[in-house]
Design a protein around this ligand. Structure first.
Ligand SMILES: NC(=O)c1ccc[n+]([C@@H]2O[C@H](COP(=O)([O-])OP(=O)(O)OC[C@H]3O[C@@H](n4cnc5c(N)ncnc54)[C@H](O)[C@@H]3O)[C@@H](O)[C@H]2O)c1
Length: 447
């Protein structure tokens, strides 16, 4: 596939010359590729033909002007003509909101139909990369069927398809294009990944190959995370101000902690938070915010969401339809015997209340019980659960038709090695599946 070599230019059709498409087309032409920009808007096409950027973006006018002058960037309304001289199509059309908040996919579908109609005339194995932001499942369930239906060809066999999220930001789009945070190739097809490599030859980043669903969700997770950060900083700043504290300084110092604050810590989907600090401190912060008439809906929703997560876990265990439940892990997290506000205790108590036949193993809690260190706490606070504790992880693993994996710890992992085929393990942790034994049936709370 010499025409997709990262070092020589390839033919690229860019569909949609808005913020994403215009920047991509100009940068790709600047990188030496032969780019045809396709749009239904005649005015934008005219501007581009005249070497003028259809959008305001620092540095873009110069790139477009240079691209058009060099002959490497041109514009057309004719999709078939663009495909005929290209190896790769980038779909950059808009995906605006519908009145109900859903996504309007009409432009994506239409452009897939245009590309599909032209695909039989493609000069090589043609790859279609979707860059428009689309919800998980759209590539597989909407784009591919539209391309296949109109072309009469098979995706993965006659042509390639991937979703490659775009992370550029308006106002710094050209800079972001060349220094994006991550390059994702939403496909595992090597021919498609070769195309992704070809257009990202200038990036120092390794291309993350993954399936389209993960790539699609990643874009939404990223934008939701960014929105959450803004709201969190604003709520924190407002509470700080109401207390006469400089919120800018607080957040600046919060960001200086790159071990727990600005880091992957606490960002793995797993079980609910608990323990002696987070619930208590969140309650106190919310109480003082209310006292000062500061409304913090996002922060207020954190305990509500946490409770929902415990309820989801309860529903999962109940839905399994088995009365005998074994718990591996009871304290609020691994490596401690602290049971205060542990979501596992909460879950066990709710199941106990519903009459489930429960056995519990927790290395640290059992040890604490034996040595007496934690005995009083257990017997005074959760005497009904104390009677269910076992020091033998294997015995608990044998007992449960459903096993709740609240901790991933050595004795529990060992005990889970000899599961019966009829047992169901519900993993509340976020241990990668590859670390879990193959026998038995595993399902996760968040996977
Ligand atoms: N704007 C951003 O900063 C940004 C960043 C990352 C991702 N995205 C996503 O990228 C996509 C595009 O965003 P945008 O802001 O560039 O959109 P935009 O509205 O600025 O541009 C979309 C372009 O597509 C054209 N178009 C519509 N139907 C077409 C068709 N059938 N054939 C050819 N062209 C057609 C329109 O005329 C328009 O010029 C969206 O899904 C958006 O969510 C945007």
């Amino acid at each position: 596939m010499t025409h997709l070599s990262p070092t020589t230019g390839i033919g690229i059709a860019v569909f949609g010359i808005g913020y994403v498409g215009a920047v991509s087309a100009a940068c790709l032409a600047s990188d030496g590729h032969r780019v045809v920009a396709v749009d239904t808007n005649e005015h934008k096409l005219r501007l581009l033909r005249d070497g003028i950027s259809p959008i305001i973006e620092p540095g873009l006018d110069e790139l477009i002007s240079a691209g058009v002058s060099s002959g490497r960037l041109r514009a057309t309304a004719d999709a078939a003509e663009a495909i005929a001289c290209s190896d790769l199509s980038l779909i950059c059309v808009g995906t605006p909101s519908l009145p109900n908040g859903g996504l309007d996919l009409s432009h994506v579908v239409r452009v897939c139909e245009h590309i599909g109609a032209a695909l039989p005339g493609a000069r090589s194995f043609h790859t279609v990369l979707l860059r428009s932001t689309i919800l998980p499942g759209t590539t597989t369930n909407v784009a591919v069927p539209a391309l296949e239906r109109v072309s009469g060809l098979r995706a993965g066999q006659d042509f390639g398809v991937a979703f490659c999220p775009e992370f550029l930001r308006e106002g710094s789009a050209v800079e972001d294009y060349y220094a994006g945070p991550i390059v994702v190739g939403g496909s595992t097809d090597e021919r498609v990944l070769a195309a992704v490599r070809a257009i990202n030859a200038r990036s120092q980043l390794r291309i993350r190959a993954t399936d389209a669903g993960v790539a699609e969700m990643l874009k939404y997770a990223s934008n939701a995370w960014h929105a959450t950060k803004v709201v969190f900083a604003n709520e924190m700043g407002t509470i700080a101000k109401s207390l006469g504290v400089d919120g800018r300084r607080v957040m600046q110092m919060l960001c200086e902690d790159t071990r727990l604050n600005i880091s992957p810590a606490y960002l793995r989907p797993g079980f609910a938070f608990g323990g002696s600090c987070l619930p208590k401190d969140l309650r106190a912060l919310l109480q003082i915010a209310r006292q000062n008439d500061v409304s913090c809906p996002m922060l207020e929703s954190a305990p509500v969401s946490n409770e929902m997560h415990i309820r989801r876990a309860l529903e999962m265990v109940c839905a399994a339809g088995r009365r005998r439940v074994g718990f591996i892990g009871l304290s609020f997290k691994e490596g401690t015997d602290d049971l205060r506000e542990s979501p596992a205790v909460d879950l066990a108590e709710r199941l106990f209340g519903k009459g489930y036949d429960i056995r519990i193993y927790d290395a640290n809690v059992s040890l604490g019980r034996l040595t007496g260190a934690n005995l009083a706490a257990i017997e005074s606070r959760i005497p009904h659960l104390a009677a269910l504790l076992s020091d033998d992880a294997a015995e608990v693993a044998r007992h449960g038709d459903t096993l709740v994996l609240a901790h991933h710890e050595p004795n529990g992992a060992l005990a889970l090695r000899s599961l019966r085929d009829d047992q169901l393990v519900i993993d509340m942790t976020c241990v990668p599946q590859t670390h879990l034994p193959a026998s038995g049936r595993y399902t996760g709370l968040c996977w």
